[in-house]
Design a protein around this ligand. Structure first.
Ligand code: AFD
Ligand code: MN
Ligand code: MN
Length: 398
């Protein structure tokens, strides 16, 4: 950790230069909970509107050049939609990022997709994943981000081990279809929509499945997919150590997979995760390929405001982690200086980095406060009018 002010300032600038994060197309559209949704006048409903919103976030923040796409929602005609996608990339200066297959909404998947007892449905689900991989080849996307909702609701209603075997077979077939530079990111989630067992419920299951699938498979850590007592940064450290960390879906949670905006409930946890990542980077561990992605659906907040807020928070927490004096921390860890070590964490975490982040932005010709610039620019009001003020909208700035 440099100690002169100028060296520290350069260190901080470099830390923020190194940080980019991907935004989800579904974060701009009307979504909700299983109890319904509150529509917003400014919500995006076409792929072009999602690209326009993503471009506005990138214009303001400067660190979100890619947008995660959901195959059925964004590219319903599959590769036939690619020419339009390429036009939107050109027009809005944002590129397609990770490709997300959808194995959770078709009626055939009621008893599972890749883990369905019916081999015909398993085949249908695998075909969808293979199509998604083909789409990713056409969009030039490195990552296929696979979340499996499969599971069961009642004890005894399914064979857990039979489903493991089907899953190993399917993921191996999917892996074999990858291009040499592509990766299959296997996401885990303890429960929901299944409420008795979920076939990929924790990082250990995802880790095994990634190994069984092949060398281009990795584990995807969604920060909302953990029980409240779990130590996520320890999971991250293990996946970094074993070379299996593919990336993140960032969000925050109070109770379950709440998809709240990153850092809104437990910012210290994200700070600790970022510390593990930065340690790994400085130790030369191959963490450069780790995908930082946001996975949030804003049920009440204004969609674009919540996305800008999330990106700014992520930058601030990344910057806080960069302020930890890791050389001194190692010395304190070696000598079991418990309080001294913790104070290095706490000192960095409690530093108000907003002036440093503002200085970084101004050096790059960006607004010091992207959130204020969004409000002053009137973008949300304009699109609310253009998009026809659909239904009775909750205020954009609720
Ligand atoms: C839901 C799932 C999972 C998935 C996301 C996008 O819980 O996190 O990654 O939808 O498909 O949040
Ligand atoms: Mn996710
Ligand atoms: Mn989720």
């Amino acid at each position: 950790m440099p100690h002169s002010d100028s060296a520290l300032f350069d260190h901080v600038m470099e830390a923020l230069d190194a940080f980019q994060i991907e935004i989800p197309s579904w974060g701009f559209a009307n979504t909700g909970t299983r109890f319904g949704k509150f529509v917003q006048a400014a919500a995006a409903s076409t792929l072009e509107e999602k690209f326009a919103d993503a471009a506005e976030v990138n214009r303001l923040t400067g660190v979100t050049p890619t947008i995660a796409l959901h195959v059925l929602w964004d590219l319903p005609d599959g590769i036939d939609d690619i020419p339009e996608l390429k036009r939107l990339e050109q027009r809005y200066g944002v590129k397609a990022g990770s490709i997300n297959p959808n194995l959770f909404q078709d009626q055939e998947y009621k008893f599972g997709s890749l883990c369905n007892p019916d081999p015909a449905i398993r085949r249908q689900a695998l075909e969808h994943v293979l199509n998604s991989i083909e789409i990713a080849k056409q969009t030039g996307s490195r990552d296929i981000s696979l979340w499996l909702p499969d599971g069961s609701n009642y004890p005894g209603s399914q064979s857990i081990r039979a489903r493991i075997a089907w899953l190993e077979e399917a993921l191996h077939a999917a892996h074999d279809a990858l291009a040499p530079d592509q990766r299959l990111l296997i996401e885990y989630k303890p429960f929901e929509p299944a409420f008795y067992h979920t076939d990929i419920a924790d990082w250990g299951m995802a880790s095994h499945l990634a190994r069984a699938a092949g060398p281009q498979a990795r584990v995807l850590v969604d920060t909302g997919h953990h029980y409240s007592a779990q130590n996520i940064e320890q999971i991250v450290a293990w996946l970094l150590h074993t070379g299996q960390l593919g990336g993140f879906h960032f969000n925050d949670r109070r109770y379950a997979d709440d998809d709240l905006t990153l850092g809104s409930i437990d910012p210290y946890q994200i700070f600790r995760i970022f510390h593990e990542l930065q340690c790994a980077q400085s130790d030369g561990l191959a963490s450069a390929g780790v995908a930082y992605m946001i996975d949030q659906s804003h049920n009440l907040k204004g969609k674009i405001e919540a996305t800008v807020q999330t990106v700014v928070t992520a930058q601030e927490l990344w910057l806080k982690a960069a302020l930890i004096d890791r050389e001194e921390l190692t010395r304190q860890q070696q000598s079991c200086g418990i309080v001294a070590a913790e104070e290095l964490f706490r000192g960095a975490f409690w530093t108000d980095v907003r002036p440093l982040a503002a200085a970084w932005r101004e050096r790059r010709g960006l607004a010091a406060s992207p959130l204020a610039a969004l409000r002053e620019g009137g973008y949300v009001e304009r699109i609310a009018l253009q998009r026809g003020g659909r239904a009775s909208a909750v205020s954009s700035y609720a």
